[in-house]
Design a protein around this ligand. Structure first.
Ligand code: C5P
Length: 396
């Protein structure tokens, strides 16, 4: 669980986006977080504390003078022993209060009373004109200067019917931002290019040859790289997976297309991770029309030709990024892994221990570099992806 053991104060201020926080609370708790909701009076006009209590599983605080806290200092107690404060939705008025250190209700007071090291994240939600207003922009700039993270806002259709910047991020996006906030920005300012998934080589318009690959490992690495602060481009073969938040995805079908897209995007990349299960061969005599099954003994004769090796092509570039390859061998991984690393000419090669990892949520890896090999024991693919990103960051 991405937020296991994390304690989060979820502050809600007045705005129609409050209704989305019901879902956001559910996502936070499902991800393992313990959520303490604090609402301003304005927020309670949009959604009731009863709803938020039921979803968070904890009594909601709305009042500085709440007698349920023994010492009657909720602004102190609620901002201690927590891992982050998230204000969503954050109104223009509340941004003003944060920028000026106002303490005229429980939520603003506990933000001012929080320890300096406690992360504060705000998700603005307001009308486009309110967001663009010079005063709001001044306040946003001040919040950034003060080390407060501003999540979004997004552009789009607004509750008032106008269109533009000011929409709160969707609950799933907010969740990804909160998860990312707990990861060190070890790839800040870096650009990472990845391939993931299988390729599909047509035989005719309705048939083809592909590989067993769900894309899960590659997508998990793309997500981990973006959590670590990188700008991530994911070149993906056909998969059923959703694009990780904040990742730029380019869809391809064949190995040749994957090769061409990678080579046209490789300039200026710091890291290239080839996770895709690329078809080694393509059908040379692929048919433009569907092949017909005319008679019982009528079997098509396919001719094959070799696909380009994407990883080896990138590794051979004069100005190449730091290249990482993958290997899925059915036997002798320790020998073949190091041999493959040298053959491909890459500084780091990652072996899947056991080749039955396809489609699974868990994996076990062994890393090969010029110093030898190192195991990353069996774990969830997302955990392994984060460990791998740390290994890559340490090497570049
Ligand atoms: O050659 P093999 O398929 O065993 O090597 C696996 C590694 O090479 C993976 O990182 C894979 O993404 C990459 N590869 C590639 N282009 C190919 C074949 C493999 O980039 N045509």
């Amino acid at each position: 669980m991405d937020l296991a053991g994390k304690r989060i104060v979820l502050g809600m201020t007045g705005g129609i986006a409050c209704y989305k926080i019901a879902e956001f609370t559910r996502l936070l708790t499902k991800a393992g977080a313990s959520v303490q909701v604090v609402m301003t009076q304005a927020a309670t006009k949009f959604i009731t504390p009863v709803t938020m209590q039921a979803l968070s599983g904890h009594p909601v605080y709305t009042d500085q003078w709440d007698a349920r806290i023994d010492n009657n200092m909720p602004h102190i107690d609620l901002s201690r022993e927590v891992d982050a404060i998230v204000i969503a939705p954050c109104s223009a008025d509340f941004m003003f209060k944060l920028a000026h250190g106002a303490c005229d209700d429980l939520l603003s007071t506990l933000c001012v009373a929080r320890p300096m090291t406690l992360p504060l994240l705000v998700a603005p939600a307001m009308n486009v004109e309110m967001w663009q207003n010079a005063a709001t922009q001044r306040n946003a700039a001040q919040l950034r200067t003060d080390g407060i993270a501003i999540l979004g806002p997004d552009a789009g259709e607004q509750a008032c019917g106008e269109i533009g910047m000011g929409r709160m991020l969707e609950p799933e996006q907010l969740l990804e931002e909160v998860i990312a906030s707990f990861h060190r920005k070890i790839l800040a300012g870096k650009r990472v290019l990845l391939t993931a998934g299988p390729t599909f080589e047509p035989i005719d318009p309705v048939r083809g040859i592909t590989n067993l690959s769900s894309g899960k490992m590659g997508y998990a690495i793309a997500r981990a790289a973006r959590e670590a602060g990188a700008e991530v481009t994911l070149v993906s073969g056909p998969t059923a997976l959703t694009t990780p938040y904040g990742v730029h995805r380019i869809n391809v079908q064949t190995a040749q297309q994957m090769h061409d897209v990678v080579l046209s995007h490789v300039d200026g990349q710091d890291v290239f991770v080839a996770v895709a299960a690329v078809a080694d061969w393509r059908v040379k005599n692929a048919s433009k029309q569907k092949l017909k099954k005319t008679g019982e003994h009528d079997i098509p004769h396919l001719e094959f030709e070799q696909n380009p090796d994407i990883l080896a092509s990138v590794a051979a570039l004069p100005a190449k990024p730091y290249c990482v390859g993958f290997a899925a061998e059915s036997e002798n991984l320790l020998r073949y892994g190091e041999e493959k690393r040298q053959k491909k000419g890459v500084p780091l090669l990652v072996g899947n221990i056991g080749h039955q990892t396809f489609g699974k949520d868990e994996n076990e890896l062994v890393l090969f570099d010029d110093k030898g090999n190192k195991r990353l024991p069996r774990a969830d693919k997302q955990d392994l992806a984060r460990q791998l990103i740390a290994e890559i960051a340490a090497r570049i």
